[in-house]
Design a protein around this ligand. Structure first.
Ligand code: FES
Ligand SMILES: [Fe+2]
Length: 475
């Protein structure tokens, strides 16, 4: 017999997992410092088990429908307000074939305009962020004041039809939430707060979720050859963590993660991953000290092996993590968070606001995601912004870095241990688009609970594409 065949040994499958692991609410109720009531809500809602049509992720026609029927109707995160603190500061937001100027006004309010000269259409500004005393088109010099009023036209004698009342820069709806500036192309859209629904009050209920108390350390942009929705999917469930992020298996939960959708809320959902409890897949079970050590390696590698990382008598891993995380925040940023619960300091808690905005409320992952479509269905732009608390005067916003394909997100120092995790995610994503197109069933299978947030936003997307939600006049 061929010796190569004789040597083949297929590993046994792990035991069938037919019992759901401990729930986040039960873990939170044991914490020494109580979690906020908002985190103790658990919706347990489901949306069935129907397969998902894979072509939603690669069909040019579907992509075109999104551009025509969804993107023009939704509130979109366009700028971080503290990037444009002074009158005349301008941020440029480009998405889905459009370009928008977000401009700080003399009275400190913010206006948004189409970034298109009313002469022959050049973009008025091109840098991501810049300061302008006036909005002068670099092509022929048509000029507007920062409030959008027409200021000057070259050879006015030759433009008898161009007057201040005919050539104001067209304004775009613009509102702010928690320091984030959103725009909406629908003039008659309902307010951002109405669109966000209960997400607003949930965030207001926890003082530490106030992003006015944070500054933007870095924005990291990674173009990826994958559909924007497949990219977002990778960051709104934790089922993939055991296989994709093997180094995180012992330090935190994965399939214990709680997922919340609300039946009357089409635009937001959330998830909460408990740290300090190892993945139930781990066999043999790690010791509590191994769980703490694993988490320290990712969160504060400089503390690895330090005596303070040893569990104290009677201390649980989550109690040790609370103690160590508040110490690290004091050391790194001078902020005293010693009275804050471990759920704030250590657990990653993520909301997503339809269609593509992902703010993490806690400090467990102090970031915000934005998933933008690329030039076609097969490309997207994945952006991660890090927001940190500060003490005293607000530090200036940090740099924007573009990490191109072939470069590693693990090489961006501001991302810390998160960089490796994001890089692992990107490596999956680069194999997604081809894989979905290779499907013979054209059906994707979603879990009933852990991937319910994916199903939820796809259902909302369908409502925009069908016209059921177009102006989001939510009753
Ligand atoms: S295109 Fe702007 S001034 Fe001509
Ligand atoms: Fe991941």
């Amino acid at each position: 017999m061929d010796s190569r065949i004789a040597e083949f040994r297929e590993p046994e499958a792990p035991p069938v997992e037919d019992v759901r692991p401990e729930r986040v609410e039960d873990i939170l109720r044991r914490d020494a410092i109580a979690a906020s009531d908002t985190l103790l809500i658990s919706t347990e809602n489901r949306l069935g088990t129907a397969p998902v049509d894979a072509s939603r992720y690669y069909s040019p026609e579907f992509f075109k429908l999104e551009i025509e029927r969804m993107w023009p109707c939704v509130w979109q995160y366009a700028a971080w307000s503290y990037d444009i603190p002074d009158p005349g500061d301008v941020a440029v937001y480009r998405n889905a074939g459009r370009s928008v100027l977000v401009v700080r006004q003399k009275d400190k309010s913010i206006k948004a305009f189409a970034n298109s000269c009313l002469h022959r259409g050049r973009e008025l500004c091109t840098d991501a962020v810049q300061h302008k005393d006036e909005l002068k088109c670099p092509y022929h010099g048509f000029t507007w004041s920062i409030d959008g009023s027409l200021k000057w036209v070259p050879c006015q004698w030759d433009f008898p039809n161009v007057k201040p009342d005919t050539h104001k820069l067209p304004e775009i709806r613009c509102e702010e939430w928690n320091g984030f500036v959103f725009i909406n192309f629908k003039n008659d859209a309902s307010s951002l707060a109405t669109y966000m629904g209960k997400m607003v009050e949930q965030w207001e209920s926890v003082d530490s979720w106030n992003f006015h108390k944070r500054y933007r350390l870095v924005s990291v942009i990674r173009p990826i050859a994958v559909n924007w929705k497949a990219c977002m999917d990778a960051f709104i469930e934790v089922l993939h963590a055991f296989e994709s992020h093997t180094h995180t298996r012992t330090g935190g939960g994965d399939v214990q993660t709680q997922y919340d959708i609300w039946e009357d809320e089409p635009h937001f959902s959330r998830m909460h991953t408990p740290m300090g409890v190892a993945s139930p897949h781990c066999v043999p079970r790690p010791t509590p000290q191994e769980t703490v050590d694993s988490w320290v390696g990712g969160f504060a590698a400089e503390l690895s092996g330090h005596p303070d990382t040893t569990l104290r008598e009677g201390e649980t891993p989550r109690e040790a993590m609370q103690r160590l995380a508040s110490f690290v925040y004091k050391q790194r940023m001078g902020v005293d968070l010693s009275a804050e619960p471990v759920s704030l300091l250590v657990d990653p808690i993520q909301y997503t606001l339809f269609p593509n905005f992902g703010p993490w409320s806690s400090l467990g992952a102090p970031i915000v995601y934005r998933f933008l479509p690329g030039e076609d269905a097969d490309h997207c732009i994945f952006e991660t912004q890090v927001f940190l608390p500060f003490e005293g005067e607000r530090p200036p916003s940090g740099r924007t870095v573009v990490v191109n394909p072939g470069e590693s997100l693990a090489s961006v120092p501001e991302l810390g241990g998160l960089g490796l995790i994001l890089q692992q995610d990107v490596e999956n994503l680069e194999a997604m688009q081809q894989g979905m197109k290779a499907s013979l069933t054209n059906r994707l299978t979603l879990s009933e609970y852990q991937e319910v947030r994916i199903r939820h936003y796809h259902q909302t997307l369908d409502k925009y594409l069908s016209g059921e939600l177009s102006n989001h006049t939510i009753k």
